[in-house]
Design a protein around this ligand. Sequence first.
Ligand SMILES: Nc1nc2c(ncn2[C@@H]2O[C@H](COP(=O)(O)OP(=O)(O)OP(=O)(O)O)[C@@H](O)[C@H]2O)c(=O)[nH]1
Ligand SMILES: [Mg+2]
Length: 491
Amino acid sequence: MFEGITSSLTGALSFFRGSGKLTEASIREGLKAVRQALLEADVNYDVAQEFVDKITEEAIGQKVLESLSPQEMILGIVYQELINLMGPVDHELKLRRDGISIIMLCGLQGSGKTTTAGKLARMLKEQGKKPFLVAADLQRPAAIEQLKTIGAQLEVPVHAEAPNGNPVTVCQNGVKAAKAAGANVVILDTAGRLHVDPELMEELRNIDRKVEPQQILFVCDAMTGQDAVNSARAFNEALELDGIIMTKLDGDARGGAALSVKQVTGVPIKFMGVGEQLDKLEPFHPERMASRILGGGDMQTLAEKAQRVFDQDSMAKAQEELMRGKFTLNSFLDAMKQIKKLGNFKSILQYIPGMSGMLGQLGDLSGADKDITRIEGIISSMTAEERQNPENIDISRRRRIARGSGVEAAEVNRLLKDFGSMAKMMQGMAGMDKMSQAKQMQMMASSGMFQPGAEMPGAGKTRSKPKPMDADKKKKLKKEAEKQKKKNRKR
Ligand SMILES: Nc1nc2c(ncn2[C@@H]2O[C@H](COP(=O)(O)OP(=O)(O)OP(=O)(O)O)[C@@H](O)[C@H]2O)c(=O)[nH]1
Ligand SMILES: [Mg+2]
Protein backbone atom coordinates (compact mmCIF):
# COMPACT_ATOMS: atom_id res chain seq x y z
CA MET A 1 0.00 0.00 0.00
CA PHE A 2 1.30 3.43 -0.95
CA GLU A 3 4.88 2.33 -1.60
CA GLY A 4 5.38 5.21 -4.03
CA ILE A 5 4.44 8.01 -1.68
CA THR A 6 6.31 6.39 1.18
CA SER A 7 9.55 6.32 -0.71
CA SER A 8 9.18 9.77 -2.22
CA LEU A 9 8.10 11.32 1.08
CA THR A 10 10.84 9.72 3.14
CA GLY A 11 13.27 10.70 0.39
CA ALA A 12 12.02 14.28 0.54
CA LEU A 13 12.30 14.39 4.30
CA SER A 14 15.87 13.17 4.21
CA PHE A 15 16.69 16.71 3.08
CA PHE A 16 16.52 17.64 6.73
CA ARG A 17 18.88 14.92 7.79
CA GLY A 18 22.02 16.35 9.25
CA SER A 19 20.98 19.91 8.59
CA GLY A 20 22.41 21.70 11.58
CA LYS A 21 19.95 24.49 11.99
CA LEU A 22 16.58 25.10 10.48
CA THR A 23 16.06 28.46 8.92
CA GLU A 24 12.94 29.68 7.24
CA ALA A 25 14.69 29.41 3.89
CA SER A 26 15.90 25.86 4.46
CA ILE A 27 12.48 24.77 5.66
CA ARG A 28 10.81 26.19 2.58
CA GLU A 29 13.42 24.65 0.36
CA GLY A 30 13.12 21.23 1.96
CA LEU A 31 9.35 21.20 1.91
CA LYS A 32 9.23 21.80 -1.82
CA ALA A 33 10.13 18.16 -2.30
CA VAL A 34 7.43 17.15 0.18
CA ARG A 35 4.85 19.00 -1.87
CA GLN A 36 6.16 17.37 -5.02
CA ALA A 37 5.91 13.94 -3.40
CA LEU A 38 2.28 14.60 -2.48
CA LEU A 39 1.41 15.76 -5.97
CA GLU A 40 3.06 12.73 -7.48
CA ALA A 41 0.87 10.58 -5.28
CA ASP A 42 -2.13 12.34 -6.84
CA VAL A 43 -3.02 14.37 -3.77
CA ASN A 44 -5.38 17.20 -4.61
CA TYR A 45 -3.40 20.31 -5.56
CA ASP A 46 -4.95 22.65 -3.00
CA VAL A 47 -4.67 20.05 -0.28
CA ALA A 48 -0.96 19.55 -0.99
CA GLN A 49 -0.38 23.30 -0.99
CA GLU A 50 -2.25 23.87 2.24
CA PHE A 51 -0.53 20.92 3.87
CA VAL A 52 2.91 22.27 3.12
CA ASP A 53 1.94 25.79 4.19
CA LYS A 54 0.77 24.48 7.53
CA ILE A 55 3.94 22.53 8.08
CA THR A 56 6.05 25.52 7.14
CA GLU A 57 4.17 27.69 9.57
CA GLU A 58 4.48 25.14 12.35
CA ALA A 59 8.13 24.44 11.74
CA ILE A 60 9.10 28.09 11.62
CA GLY A 61 7.25 28.84 14.80
CA GLN A 62 8.73 25.93 16.65
CA LYS A 63 11.94 25.95 18.58
CA VAL A 64 14.05 22.93 17.83
CA LEU A 65 13.99 20.88 20.98
CA GLU A 66 17.30 19.77 22.26
CA SER A 67 16.27 16.16 22.30
CA LEU A 68 15.17 16.17 18.66
CA SER A 69 17.14 16.56 15.47
CA PRO A 70 15.72 18.92 12.84
CA GLN A 71 14.72 15.90 10.79
CA GLU A 72 12.89 14.34 13.71
CA MET A 73 11.12 17.56 14.42
CA ILE A 74 9.92 17.98 10.83
CA LEU A 75 8.96 14.32 10.72
CA GLY A 76 6.93 14.80 13.89
CA ILE A 77 5.11 17.78 12.42
CA VAL A 78 4.45 16.01 9.13
CA TYR A 79 3.13 12.95 10.97
CA GLN A 80 0.77 15.07 13.03
CA GLU A 81 -0.42 17.01 10.01
CA LEU A 82 -1.04 13.80 8.07
CA ILE A 83 -3.23 12.65 10.93
CA ASN A 84 -5.07 15.96 10.89
CA LEU A 85 -5.50 15.64 7.16
CA MET A 86 -7.24 12.26 7.38
CA GLY A 87 -8.95 12.50 10.75
CA PRO A 88 -10.60 12.62 13.11
CA VAL A 89 -12.73 9.58 12.45
CA ASP A 90 -15.71 8.31 14.34
CA HIS A 91 -16.07 4.65 13.43
CA GLU A 92 -19.50 4.40 14.98
CA LEU A 93 -22.25 3.54 12.54
CA LYS A 94 -24.76 5.24 14.84
CA LEU A 95 -27.02 2.25 14.88
CA ARG A 96 -30.17 2.46 16.91
CA ARG A 97 -30.19 0.62 20.15
CA ASP A 98 -33.70 -0.66 19.59
CA GLY A 99 -35.49 -1.24 16.38
CA ILE A 100 -34.05 -1.29 12.95
CA SER A 101 -31.19 0.79 11.50
CA ILE A 102 -30.53 1.38 7.83
CA ILE A 103 -27.18 1.83 6.12
CA MET A 104 -27.25 3.03 2.55
CA LEU A 105 -24.22 2.42 0.36
CA CYS A 106 -23.65 4.50 -2.72
CA GLY A 107 -20.89 5.11 -5.21
CA LEU A 108 -19.81 4.87 -8.80
CA GLN A 109 -19.97 1.69 -10.82
CA GLY A 110 -17.40 -0.88 -9.85
CA SER A 111 -16.25 0.99 -6.77
CA GLY A 112 -17.00 -2.02 -4.59
CA LYS A 113 -20.49 -1.33 -3.20
CA THR A 114 -21.84 -4.85 -3.44
CA THR A 115 -18.67 -6.40 -2.05
CA THR A 116 -18.60 -3.82 0.73
CA ALA A 117 -22.26 -4.53 1.56
CA GLY A 118 -21.18 -8.12 2.15
CA LYS A 119 -18.15 -7.08 4.16
CA LEU A 120 -20.25 -4.82 6.39
CA ALA A 121 -22.85 -7.54 6.88
CA ARG A 122 -20.12 -9.93 7.90
CA MET A 123 -18.61 -7.42 10.33
CA LEU A 124 -21.97 -6.59 11.89
CA LYS A 125 -22.81 -10.25 12.24
CA GLU A 126 -19.55 -10.79 14.06
CA GLN A 127 -20.56 -7.99 16.42
CA GLY A 128 -23.73 -9.86 17.24
CA LYS A 129 -26.05 -7.78 15.06
CA LYS A 130 -28.59 -9.22 12.67
CA PRO A 131 -27.81 -7.76 9.27
CA PHE A 132 -30.11 -7.89 6.26
CA LEU A 133 -29.15 -7.09 2.68
CA VAL A 134 -31.31 -5.32 0.09
CA ALA A 135 -30.56 -5.48 -3.62
CA ALA A 136 -31.50 -1.96 -4.65
CA ASP A 137 -29.30 -1.98 -7.73
CA LEU A 138 -31.74 -2.67 -10.52
CA GLN A 139 -29.38 -1.59 -13.29
CA ARG A 140 -28.09 -5.04 -13.96
CA PRO A 141 -29.81 -8.37 -13.23
CA ALA A 142 -26.35 -9.76 -12.45
CA ALA A 143 -26.02 -7.31 -9.56
CA ILE A 144 -28.98 -8.93 -7.80
CA GLU A 145 -27.49 -12.38 -8.25
CA GLN A 146 -24.13 -11.14 -6.97
CA LEU A 147 -25.69 -9.92 -3.74
CA LYS A 148 -27.71 -13.11 -3.34
CA THR A 149 -24.53 -15.15 -3.65
CA ILE A 150 -22.78 -13.04 -1.03
CA GLY A 151 -25.80 -13.32 1.28
CA ALA A 152 -25.85 -17.09 0.91
CA GLN A 153 -22.15 -17.24 1.64
CA LEU A 154 -22.57 -15.26 4.85
CA GLU A 155 -25.93 -16.77 5.75
CA VAL A 156 -27.40 -13.30 5.78
CA PRO A 157 -30.90 -12.87 4.28
CA VAL A 158 -31.26 -10.85 1.08
CA HIS A 159 -34.32 -9.05 -0.21
CA ALA A 160 -34.47 -8.86 -3.98
CA GLU A 161 -37.17 -8.14 -6.54
CA ALA A 162 -37.47 -8.33 -10.30
CA PRO A 163 -35.01 -6.05 -12.10
CA ASN A 164 -37.70 -3.93 -13.74
CA GLY A 165 -39.07 -2.54 -10.47
CA ASN A 166 -38.54 0.75 -8.69
CA PRO A 167 -35.50 0.99 -6.39
CA VAL A 168 -37.35 3.06 -3.79
CA THR A 169 -40.08 0.44 -3.53
CA VAL A 170 -37.49 -2.30 -3.33
CA CYS A 171 -35.83 -0.53 -0.41
CA GLN A 172 -39.14 0.05 1.36
CA ASN A 173 -40.16 -3.57 0.88
CA GLY A 174 -36.69 -4.62 1.96
CA VAL A 175 -36.97 -2.79 5.26
CA LYS A 176 -40.37 -4.39 5.86
CA ALA A 177 -38.97 -7.82 5.09
CA ALA A 178 -36.04 -7.18 7.40
CA LYS A 179 -38.39 -6.26 10.24
CA ALA A 180 -40.42 -9.37 9.62
CA ALA A 181 -37.26 -11.46 9.66
CA GLY A 182 -36.20 -9.99 13.01
CA ALA A 183 -33.12 -8.27 11.57
CA ASN A 184 -31.79 -5.04 13.07
CA VAL A 185 -29.45 -3.58 10.46
CA VAL A 186 -30.49 -3.20 6.84
CA ILE A 187 -27.80 -2.57 4.25
CA LEU A 188 -28.95 -1.09 0.95
CA ASP A 189 -26.80 -1.96 -2.06
CA THR A 190 -27.67 0.74 -4.57
CA ALA A 191 -26.89 1.12 -8.25
CA GLY A 192 -23.80 2.82 -9.60
CA ARG A 193 -23.04 4.71 -12.79
CA LEU A 194 -19.84 5.23 -14.67
CA HIS A 195 -20.00 8.94 -13.89
CA VAL A 196 -21.90 11.15 -11.53
CA ASP A 197 -25.20 11.75 -13.29
CA PRO A 198 -28.39 13.61 -12.39
CA GLU A 199 -30.67 10.61 -12.86
CA LEU A 200 -28.68 8.49 -10.42
CA MET A 201 -28.53 11.31 -7.89
CA GLU A 202 -32.28 11.72 -8.12
CA GLU A 203 -32.81 8.01 -7.56
CA LEU A 204 -30.51 8.03 -4.53
CA ARG A 205 -32.10 11.17 -3.10
CA ASN A 206 -35.49 9.51 -3.40
CA ILE A 207 -34.29 6.49 -1.50
CA ASP A 208 -32.81 8.80 1.14
CA ARG A 209 -36.08 10.72 1.52
CA LYS A 210 -38.38 7.72 1.58
CA VAL A 211 -36.32 5.23 3.55
CA GLU A 212 -34.41 7.63 5.83
CA PRO A 213 -31.20 5.70 6.39
CA GLN A 214 -29.24 6.36 9.61
CA GLN A 215 -26.01 6.28 7.65
CA ILE A 216 -25.16 7.04 4.07
CA LEU A 217 -21.73 5.71 3.22
CA PHE A 218 -19.92 6.51 0.01
CA VAL A 219 -17.90 3.64 -1.40
CA CYS A 220 -14.83 5.09 -3.03
CA ASP A 221 -12.31 3.30 -5.24
CA ALA A 222 -8.84 4.36 -4.10
CA MET A 223 -7.38 3.37 -7.45
CA THR A 224 -9.18 6.19 -9.24
CA GLY A 225 -7.38 8.97 -7.39
CA GLN A 226 -8.73 12.50 -7.77
CA ASP A 227 -11.74 11.28 -9.76
CA ALA A 228 -12.80 9.44 -6.63
CA VAL A 229 -12.42 12.61 -4.60
CA ASN A 230 -14.45 14.64 -7.09
CA SER A 231 -17.24 12.11 -7.15
CA ALA A 232 -17.23 12.00 -3.35
CA ARG A 233 -17.76 15.74 -3.39
CA ALA A 234 -20.68 15.47 -5.81
CA PHE A 235 -22.32 12.67 -3.82
CA ASN A 236 -21.84 14.61 -0.62
CA GLU A 237 -23.52 17.66 -2.07
CA ALA A 238 -26.49 15.57 -3.17
CA LEU A 239 -26.82 13.29 -0.17
CA GLU A 240 -24.88 14.52 2.87
CA LEU A 241 -22.64 11.56 3.40
CA ASP A 242 -21.89 10.23 6.87
CA GLY A 243 -18.71 8.47 5.95
CA ILE A 244 -16.54 7.03 3.24
CA ILE A 245 -15.38 3.49 2.71
CA MET A 246 -12.17 3.55 0.71
CA THR A 247 -11.77 0.32 -1.22
CA LYS A 248 -8.93 -1.39 -3.06
CA LEU A 249 -6.25 -0.03 -0.78
CA ASP A 250 -4.57 -3.40 -1.19
CA GLY A 251 -3.81 -2.55 -4.79
CA ASP A 252 -1.24 -0.10 -6.01
CA ALA A 253 -3.27 3.02 -5.39
CA ARG A 254 -0.99 6.01 -5.07
CA GLY A 255 -2.67 7.35 -1.97
CA GLY A 256 -3.96 10.63 -3.31
CA ALA A 257 -7.62 9.79 -2.76
CA ALA A 258 -7.12 8.59 0.80
CA LEU A 259 -5.07 11.66 1.66
CA SER A 260 -7.33 14.28 0.09
CA VAL A 261 -10.89 13.12 0.46
CA LYS A 262 -11.48 14.22 4.05
CA GLN A 263 -10.02 17.64 3.44
CA VAL A 264 -11.98 18.17 0.24
CA THR A 265 -15.36 16.86 1.38
CA GLY A 266 -15.18 17.09 5.16
CA VAL A 267 -16.34 13.49 5.27
CA PRO A 268 -14.04 11.02 7.05
CA ILE A 269 -12.98 7.62 5.80
CA LYS A 270 -14.53 5.22 8.28
CA PHE A 271 -13.44 1.91 6.84
CA MET A 272 -11.10 0.61 4.26
CA GLY A 273 -11.30 -2.36 1.93
CA VAL A 274 -8.04 -4.22 1.64
CA GLY A 275 -8.97 -7.17 -0.53
CA GLU A 276 -11.73 -8.82 -2.48
CA GLN A 277 -12.66 -11.32 0.20
CA LEU A 278 -15.44 -10.52 2.61
CA ASP A 279 -13.20 -10.38 5.67
CA LYS A 280 -11.04 -7.68 4.15
CA LEU A 281 -12.62 -4.65 5.78
CA GLU A 282 -10.81 -2.68 8.45
CA PRO A 283 -11.53 0.46 10.42
CA PHE A 284 -9.55 3.36 8.98
CA HIS A 285 -7.09 4.81 11.48
CA PRO A 286 -5.47 8.08 10.40
CA GLU A 287 -2.58 7.70 12.82
CA ARG A 288 -1.72 4.24 11.60
CA MET A 289 -2.04 5.33 8.01
CA ALA A 290 0.20 8.33 8.68
CA SER A 291 2.83 6.16 10.24
CA ARG A 292 2.65 3.74 7.36
CA ILE A 293 2.92 6.52 4.79
CA LEU A 294 6.04 7.74 6.53
CA GLY A 295 7.58 4.30 6.23
CA GLY A 296 7.68 4.01 10.00
CA GLY A 297 5.88 0.73 9.76
CA ASP A 298 2.44 0.23 11.10
CA MET A 299 3.56 -1.23 14.36
CA GLN A 300 0.28 -0.76 16.12
CA THR A 301 -1.69 -2.80 13.63
CA LEU A 302 1.02 -5.39 13.53
CA ALA A 303 1.05 -5.57 17.30
CA GLU A 304 -2.71 -5.99 17.39
CA LYS A 305 -2.72 -8.59 14.67
CA ALA A 306 0.16 -10.33 16.27
CA GLN A 307 -1.46 -10.35 19.67
CA ARG A 308 -4.21 -12.53 18.39
CA VAL A 309 -2.08 -15.24 16.94
CA PHE A 310 1.43 -15.01 18.26
CA ASP A 311 2.94 -17.24 20.78
CA GLN A 312 4.77 -14.37 22.37
CA ASP A 313 7.34 -16.45 24.12
CA SER A 314 8.50 -18.19 21.00
CA MET A 315 8.62 -14.88 19.18
CA ALA A 316 10.80 -13.35 21.85
CA LYS A 317 13.02 -16.38 21.85
CA ALA A 318 13.41 -16.40 18.08
CA GLN A 319 14.29 -12.75 18.18
CA GLU A 320 16.80 -13.22 20.94
CA GLU A 321 18.41 -16.10 19.08
CA LEU A 322 18.57 -13.99 16.00
CA MET A 323 20.21 -11.18 17.91
CA ARG A 324 22.80 -13.53 19.28
CA GLY A 325 23.46 -14.81 15.81
CA LYS A 326 22.09 -18.22 16.63
CA PHE A 327 19.44 -19.06 14.13
CA THR A 328 18.23 -22.62 14.61
CA LEU A 329 15.71 -24.77 12.83
CA ASN A 330 13.45 -24.08 15.78
CA SER A 331 13.49 -20.36 15.21
CA PHE A 332 13.12 -21.01 11.49
CA LEU A 333 10.03 -23.10 12.15
CA ASP A 334 8.63 -20.54 14.58
CA ALA A 335 9.12 -17.81 12.03
CA MET A 336 7.38 -19.90 9.37
CA LYS A 337 4.47 -20.70 11.66
CA GLN A 338 4.00 -17.07 12.54
CA ILE A 339 4.09 -16.13 8.93
CA LYS A 340 1.40 -18.68 8.26
CA LYS A 341 -0.77 -17.56 11.12
CA LEU A 342 -0.50 -13.95 10.08
CA GLY A 343 -1.54 -14.76 6.57
CA ASN A 344 0.32 -13.76 3.52
CA PHE A 345 3.97 -12.86 3.97
CA LYS A 346 3.68 -9.78 1.84
CA SER A 347 0.97 -8.34 4.00
CA ILE A 348 3.23 -8.64 7.03
CA LEU A 349 6.26 -7.06 5.48
CA GLN A 350 4.51 -3.78 4.97
CA TYR A 351 4.09 -3.42 8.70
CA ILE A 352 7.80 -3.64 9.37
CA PRO A 353 9.77 -0.39 9.21
CA GLY A 354 11.94 -0.14 6.16
CA MET A 355 10.50 -3.28 4.60
CA SER A 356 7.78 -1.72 2.51
CA GLY A 357 10.39 -0.68 -0.02
CA MET A 358 11.29 -4.20 -0.91
CA LEU A 359 7.78 -5.44 -1.48
CA GLY A 360 8.08 -4.92 -5.19
CA GLN A 361 10.98 -7.29 -5.39
CA LEU A 362 9.18 -10.15 -3.76
CA GLY A 363 7.02 -11.17 -6.65
CA ASP A 364 4.23 -13.66 -6.28
CA LEU A 365 4.18 -15.51 -3.00
CA SER A 366 0.82 -17.16 -3.38
CA GLY A 367 2.25 -20.67 -3.26
CA ALA A 368 4.08 -19.97 -0.04
CA ASP A 369 1.46 -21.32 2.35
CA LYS A 370 1.58 -24.82 0.97
CA ASP A 371 5.35 -24.87 1.15
CA ILE A 372 5.29 -23.70 4.73
CA THR A 373 3.07 -26.65 5.62
CA ARG A 374 5.57 -29.04 4.06
CA ILE A 375 8.49 -27.40 5.78
CA GLU A 376 6.61 -27.54 9.05
CA GLY A 377 5.99 -31.24 8.46
CA ILE A 378 9.65 -31.93 7.86
CA ILE A 379 10.90 -29.97 10.85
CA SER A 380 8.23 -31.51 13.08
CA SER A 381 9.63 -34.94 12.24
CA MET A 382 12.99 -34.01 13.69
CA THR A 383 14.00 -34.52 17.29
CA ALA A 384 14.66 -31.53 19.49
CA GLU A 385 18.33 -32.28 19.34
CA GLU A 386 18.30 -32.40 15.54
CA ARG A 387 16.55 -29.07 15.34
CA GLN A 388 19.14 -27.52 17.59
CA ASN A 389 22.08 -29.00 15.70
CA PRO A 390 21.02 -29.71 12.13
CA GLU A 391 24.62 -30.29 11.09
CA ASN A 392 24.43 -33.66 12.86
CA ILE A 393 21.63 -34.93 10.63
CA ASP A 394 23.24 -37.73 8.62
CA ILE A 395 21.86 -39.78 5.77
CA SER A 396 20.00 -42.30 7.87
CA ARG A 397 18.43 -39.53 9.94
CA ARG A 398 17.44 -37.73 6.76
CA ARG A 399 15.69 -40.86 5.52
CA ARG A 400 13.87 -41.25 8.80
CA ILE A 401 12.74 -37.62 8.76
CA ALA A 402 11.60 -37.97 5.16
CA ARG A 403 9.54 -41.05 6.00
CA GLY A 404 8.09 -39.33 9.04
CA SER A 405 6.94 -36.35 7.06
CA GLY A 406 5.95 -38.15 3.88
CA VAL A 407 8.39 -36.44 1.56
CA GLU A 408 11.40 -37.54 -0.48
CA ALA A 409 14.78 -37.53 1.24
CA ALA A 410 15.92 -35.02 -1.36
CA GLU A 411 13.42 -32.55 -0.03
CA VAL A 412 14.82 -32.86 3.47
CA ASN A 413 18.23 -32.25 1.97
CA ARG A 414 17.07 -29.16 0.25
CA LEU A 415 15.43 -27.75 3.33
CA LEU A 416 18.62 -28.26 5.32
CA LYS A 417 20.67 -26.55 2.66
CA ASP A 418 18.22 -23.68 2.37
CA PHE A 419 18.25 -23.34 6.08
CA GLY A 420 22.04 -23.48 6.10
CA SER A 421 22.41 -20.58 3.73
CA MET A 422 19.75 -18.54 5.48
CA ALA A 423 21.31 -19.19 8.89
CA LYS A 424 24.68 -18.14 7.60
CA MET A 425 23.29 -14.85 6.39
CA MET A 426 21.31 -14.34 9.56
CA GLN A 427 24.38 -14.97 11.64
CA GLY A 428 26.31 -12.54 9.51
CA MET A 429 23.57 -10.01 9.96
CA ALA A 430 23.59 -10.20 13.73
CA GLY A 431 26.81 -8.24 13.88
CA MET A 432 25.79 -5.62 11.33
CA ASP A 433 24.39 -2.18 11.81
CA LYS A 434 20.78 -1.53 10.87
CA MET A 435 21.58 -0.10 7.45
CA SER A 436 23.62 -3.09 6.34
CA GLN A 437 21.01 -5.43 7.78
CA ALA A 438 18.37 -3.79 5.66
CA LYS A 439 20.58 -4.09 2.59
CA GLN A 440 21.24 -7.73 3.31
CA MET A 441 17.53 -8.40 3.71
CA GLN A 442 16.93 -6.72 0.41
CA MET A 443 19.48 -8.95 -1.28
CA MET A 444 17.90 -11.99 0.29
CA ALA A 445 14.48 -10.92 -0.84
CA SER A 446 15.54 -10.32 -4.40
CA SER A 447 17.17 -13.73 -4.55
CA GLY A 448 13.89 -15.37 -3.61
CA MET A 449 15.02 -16.38 -0.18
CA PHE A 450 11.79 -15.38 1.45
CA GLN A 451 9.84 -17.75 -0.68
CA PRO A 452 9.68 -20.73 1.60
CA GLY A 453 10.53 -23.84 -0.28
CA ALA A 454 11.89 -21.91 -3.20
CA GLU A 455 15.40 -22.80 -4.21
CA MET A 456 18.01 -20.48 -2.93
CA PRO A 457 21.23 -19.43 -4.48
CA GLY A 458 23.84 -22.04 -3.97
CA ALA A 459 21.51 -24.47 -2.27
CA GLY A 460 20.04 -27.78 -3.28
CA LYS A 461 21.20 -30.82 -5.12
CA THR A 462 17.91 -31.16 -6.89
CA ARG A 463 18.95 -28.61 -9.40
CA SER A 464 21.59 -29.34 -11.98
CA LYS A 465 23.60 -26.24 -11.34
CA PRO A 466 23.58 -23.86 -8.41
CA LYS A 467 22.19 -20.58 -9.58
CA PRO A 468 23.80 -17.56 -8.01
CA MET A 469 22.16 -14.21 -8.49
CA ASP A 470 22.60 -13.45 -12.15
CA ALA A 471 25.12 -10.88 -13.19
CA ASP A 472 22.57 -8.55 -14.72
CA LYS A 473 20.53 -8.43 -11.59
CA LYS A 474 23.61 -7.75 -9.49
CA LYS A 475 24.62 -4.96 -11.80
CA LYS A 476 21.16 -3.48 -11.67
CA LEU A 477 21.04 -3.55 -7.89
CA LYS A 478 24.45 -1.92 -7.69
CA LYS A 479 23.42 0.75 -10.14
CA GLU A 480 20.28 1.48 -8.19
CA ALA A 481 22.23 1.78 -4.98
CA GLU A 482 24.63 4.23 -6.58
CA LYS A 483 21.82 6.25 -8.02
CA GLN A 484 20.21 6.48 -4.62
CA LYS A 485 23.50 7.56 -3.07
CA LYS A 486 23.90 10.30 -5.60
CA LYS A 487 20.36 11.45 -5.03
CA ASN A 488 20.94 11.63 -1.30
CA ARG A 489 24.10 13.62 -1.80
CA LYS A 490 22.32 16.14 -3.93
CA ARG A 491 19.74 16.83 -1.31
N1 LIG B 1 -8.60 -5.67 -4.45
C1 LIG B 1 -9.79 -5.27 -4.05
N2 LIG B 1 -10.84 -5.45 -4.84
C2 LIG B 1 -12.04 -5.04 -4.42
C3 LIG B 1 -12.21 -4.42 -3.16
N3 LIG B 1 -13.53 -4.11 -3.04
C4 LIG B 1 -14.12 -4.53 -4.17
N4 LIG B 1 -13.23 -5.10 -5.01
C5 LIG B 1 -13.45 -5.65 -6.36
O1 LIG B 1 -13.94 -4.64 -7.21
C6 LIG B 1 -14.83 -5.17 -8.18
C7 LIG B 1 -16.14 -4.43 -8.16
O2 LIG B 1 -16.78 -4.66 -6.94
P1 LIG B 1 -18.34 -4.62 -6.73
O3 LIG B 1 -18.60 -4.85 -5.29
O4 LIG B 1 -19.05 -5.49 -7.70
O5 LIG B 1 -18.59 -3.11 -7.11
P2 LIG B 1 -19.96 -2.32 -7.23
O6 LIG B 1 -19.68 -0.95 -6.77
O7 LIG B 1 -21.04 -3.05 -6.55
O8 LIG B 1 -20.15 -2.31 -8.80
P3 LIG B 1 -21.52 -2.05 -9.62
O9 LIG B 1 -22.57 -2.84 -8.95
O10 LIG B 1 -21.21 -2.51 -11.00
O11 LIG B 1 -21.77 -0.60 -9.57
C8 LIG B 1 -14.99 -6.64 -7.83
O12 LIG B 1 -14.15 -7.38 -8.65
C9 LIG B 1 -14.51 -6.72 -6.38
O13 LIG B 1 -14.01 -7.97 -6.07
C10 LIG B 1 -11.07 -4.22 -2.33
O14 LIG B 1 -11.10 -3.67 -1.22
N5 LIG B 1 -9.89 -4.68 -2.83
MG1 LIG C 1 -22.87 -3.72 -7.22
